[in-house]
Design a protein around this ligand. Structure first.
Ligand code: GLV
Length: 329
């Protein structure tokens, strides 16, 4: 007997809290991947030939070979603002709209950027480790000295939504703001006195450099040996964008040889960064496990947006948040 369900088949590559899926549960047949998978689960490949929709995370690589297994796919909904894990052109060629989750994670990611910046500026990881491990002997007049934000220069590379939210926060700390971006942000220039410069000028002058560009061929290793060489020896590098924007080997050399003072990374290359990676051994490098958007409220909103995109795609409507609008011609 043919038991085919007439509801669309949606593959959720990784488990999400049940209540986040309320929006789509009743309208779809859901196939949900196993908890332990760290990329698109191999065991779900056999369902791809029936799949109408896909909810992916940034750890799932969706390329031409993957799409060839999914001939009925009508929508890919990525629960992230970044879509570098997805071959957008391949999706567009096949007429598949790709959804993402812009906007809702801007504040959470900008908050985490400030946390990284302040932690690195004031050497929190080193100071906390010293306190915990018995090296706090007295109030040290010249101990654990960090850098002031007031009066310092912050360089923001990529003045999109997140870069802009960082600029607004940082203005309250009394920093002078430079930014490098192909477009001008006149609204922010008025509000935060940010000045647009080229990347070289930014790297030369900034005491803090923070990265907020998407990962694209042009931004892969944007911060390479040559870029790090241009920074001040006292500079702090913050990355809450995508790991491969920084050449990690060059960064290790820069931190061990004193080309820059410290780094604070929410993203690495690869991810996860293996526990024996040499960067973990450096006291001047703070590494977090990609938690920029990890607040209760933000992750829930991201899931809601991802479900809205799925619903629209399955219903043949334009995705409310679409990363490849050219798919609509
Ligand atoms: C997180 O990194 C995202 O792109 O949403």
């Amino acid at each position: 007997m043919d038991m085919k369900n007439d509801k669309p088949l949606v593959i959720i590559a990784h488990p999400l809290p049940e209540e986040w899926l309320e929006g789509i549960r009743t309208m779809c047949e859901l196939v949900i991947g196993p908890e332990e998978a760290t990329s698109f689960p191999k065991r779900l490949y056999e369902r791809l030939d029936q799949a109408d929709g896909l909810l992916t995370l940034l750890i799932d690589r969706i390329d031409e070979a993957f799409l060839a297994r999914a001939p009925h796919l009508r929508v890919v909904s990525n629960m992230a603002v970044g879509v570098d894990n997805i071959d957008l052109q391949a999706c567009t060629r096949r007429g598949i709209p790709v959804g993402n989750t812009p906007g809702v994670l801007t504040d959470a990611t900008a908050d985490l950027t400030m946390a990284l910046l302040l932690a690195a500026a004031r050497r929190l990881p080193e100071a906390a480790a010293d306190a915990r491990e018995g090296r706090w002997h007295k109030w040290e007049p010249a101990g654990w000295l960090g850098a002031d934000l007031q009066g310092a220069t912050l360089g923001i590379v990529g003045m999109g939504k997140i870069g802009g939210a960082v600029a607004r926060r940082a203005a309250g700390f009394g920093v002078r703001i430079l930014y490098a971006d192909p477009g001008e942000r006149l609204d922010l220039e008025a509000e935060t006195h940010a000045a647009r410069v080229n990347l070289d000028e930014l790297l030369h002058n900034a005491d803090f450099v923070t990265l907020h560009v998407p990962l694209e061929p042009a931004t892969r290793h944007l911060i390479d040996r040559q870029a790090l060489r241009q920074m001040k020896p006292s500079a702090v590098l913050v990355n809450a964008s995508r790991g491969p924007v920084v050449d990690m080997q060059a960064l290790h050399q820069a931190l061990t040889e004193g080309w820059i003072a410290s780094a604070a990374l929410d993203v690495t290359d690869p991810e996860p960064l293996p526990p024996d990676h040499p960067l973990y051994g450096l006291p001047n490098c703070l590494i977090l496990p990609h938690i920029g958007s990890a607040t209760q409220g933000t992750r829930r909103l991201m899931a809601e947006m991802a479900c809205q995109n799925l619903q629209a795609g399955l219903g043949g409507q334009r995705l409310p948040y679409c990363a490849n609008p050219s798919v609509y011609g």
